[in-house]
Each structure stands twice: as structure tokens, then as C-alpha cells.
Ligand binder design. Structure first.
Ligand code: SAM
Length: 243
């Protein structure tokens, strides 16, 4: 791994990124779901629905929802009857998720404190691996992709939902102005924390574009990789198979 990694627009030592990302999610955990609705105008719900339709979870499958946070993807996956493990590095995000899960009656979910870079699960444990809005926060992305490949069974599917780069003419400028100016203000007003939301926006800009990220997925050993841009690439679903 290189000497520095991006933390938003800053370049920092890998340990520092992991620590500061931890601070961001500990700070926003209790307001995370409210802020997602406020920042995306509810759109994140539609993107997550579309993502889970692509995964096509089935009754009895074992699925790992990595960086699962407060459980949005896991709840959708579990409706199929799949056995879902929600894993995240941040105990505060997991605690909010467990409470939401209890209220919604999703008692069969397994919640697990894990770093995506060094999973404690055995090789070939899962039929599918999902990660939504998580990978750009991971310090060593190639290590996390390698672990995703390791814990999937042969024939297992990898799916990633992440912000990307919109190619719609004119929209990029509007979105840039909105995200850099308004999102930190919303963060300050609704979550009492502008800096964390500034990081979340800056980290989107530093994330590799669709072809570069697809190449990283292939480098981790996945085959038949594909990318489905949403809203011209504002958000993208990347997928691949362990064959
Ligand atoms: N997947 C959820 C969703 O779509 O609402 C939560 C996404 S939230 C933006 C990003 C999550 O990634 C946080 O819960 C954070 O703790 C987690 N995360 C960051 N780095 C991680 C790592 N190295 N391993 C596991 N989880 C990580």
C-alpha cells in the first residue's frame, strides 16, 4: 500500500484515514438515516431498492452485507429469506442498526464488528457480498476487494453501490455546487457536524471513476465484471463473479 491515502481532499497516512473515518461515522451514526434522506431527497431509497433487485437474493442464501452500517441494505436483502450478516467496522453504526432491526422485527440478522480489509470469516462462506456507499471509506480498497473474493463461494456474486462521476452535461456543475456548499450546511443544521459531511462529499470526488474501479475489481480476481451507471453515473452498481 502507498505511504498516503486520501481522506477527502487531504492525503494522510493509512492509519490516520482509518481513525478519522471512524470519527466521522461515530459522529453521524445517530443522525445518519435522517441525513441520507435530507441529502438525497429520498433518492437513496430508490438506489438501494434497485441495487438489491440486481443482487436477486434468494431464500436460504448466505449474504454478507459489508460496511452495512445501520442496516438499509440488509433489511431489503433479508425480505427474500436470505441469511444476512451485517458487518461494519464502526460499533456506533452497528448499534443504531441493531436497534432499527429490533423495531422492524428482523431478528434473524447477524451483526458483526469487522474491518473489510481483514475479515474473520472462513474462505468460501457466502453466496453474495454486498457493499453500499462503503468502499470509498475503506483505507486499503484492494485488500477489501481481495477479502470479498476470498469469503465468497465459487459462483458467488459481488455487488458494490457507490457514488461515481455523472456524465450528464450541465448536471455535474449543479451537483458540484450543491454538494460542496449545501451538504456541509445540511450536516451542520441537522447533525451538528459540517466537517463530517464535507469529508463525505470530498471522498466521492477522490474515488476512482467507473473504468478504474472496475479494473480494481478484476484485479481482485473477479470475472464477468459489469457496471450499471444510475443518473448518468452519479451512482453506479459494480458487479463481478467469483468463478
Ligand atoms: N451500507 C450502509 C448504507 O448504505 O446506508 C452504510 C454506508 S455508510 C456511508 C459507510 C459505512 O462504511 C460506515 O458504517 C462505516 O463505518 C463503514 N466502514 C468504513 N470503513 C470500513 C472498513 N474498513 N470496514 C468495514 N466498514 C467500514
Amino acid at each position: 500500500m502507498t505511504d498516503t491515502v486520501s481522506f477527502g481532499y487531504e492525503d494522510v497516512a493509512p492509519d490516520e484515514k482509518t481513525r478519522r473515518v471512524g470519527g466521522v461515522f461515530s459522529s453521524v451514526a445517530s443522525r445518519y438515516d435522517l441525513m441520507n434522506d435530507a441529502m438525497s431527497g429520498g433518492m437513496h431509497r430508490l438506489w438501494k431498492d434497485r441495487f438489491v433487485r440486481r443482487v436477486k437474493p434468494r431464500d436460504g442464501e448466505a449474504i454478507l452485507d459489508m460496511a452495512g452500517g445501520t442496516g438499509d441494505i440488509a433489511f431489503r436483502l433479508a425480505e427474500s429469506g436470505a441469511a444476512v450478516t451485517v458487518a461494519d467496522i464502526n460499533p456506533e453504526m452497528l448499534a443504531v442498526g441493531m436497534e432499527r432491526s429490533r423495531k422492524r422485527g428482523f431478528e434473524a440478522l447477524i451483526w458483526s464488528d469487522q474491518n473489510a480489509e481483514t475479515l474473520s470469516f472462513a474462505d468460501r462462506s457466502f453466496d453474495a457480498y454486498t457493499i453500499a456507499f462503503g468502499i470509498r471509506n475503506v483505507t486499503d480498497i484492494p485488500a477489501a476487494l481481495g477479502e470479498a473474493h476470498r469469503v465468497l463461494k465459487r459462483g458467488g456474486r459481488f455487488f458494490c453501490l457507490e457514488f461515481s462521476t455523472t456524465q450528464w452535461p450541465g448536471f455535474a456543475e449543479v451537483y458540484d455546487a450543491y454538494s460542496h456548499r449545501l451538504v456541509p450546511q445540511l450536516g451542520r443544521l441537522l447533525a451538528g457536524d459540517a466537517d463530517s459531511y464535507r469529508y463525505l462529499i470530498e471522498s466521492i470526488r477522490r474515488f476512482p471513476d467507473m473504468p478504474a474501479f472496475e479494473a480494481m475489481i478484476r484485479d481482485a480476481g473477479f470475472l464477468r465484471t459489469a457496471v450499471e451507471p444510475i443518473a448518468g453515473g452519479l451512482v453506479a452498481i459494480h458487479s463481478g463473479w467469483k468463478i
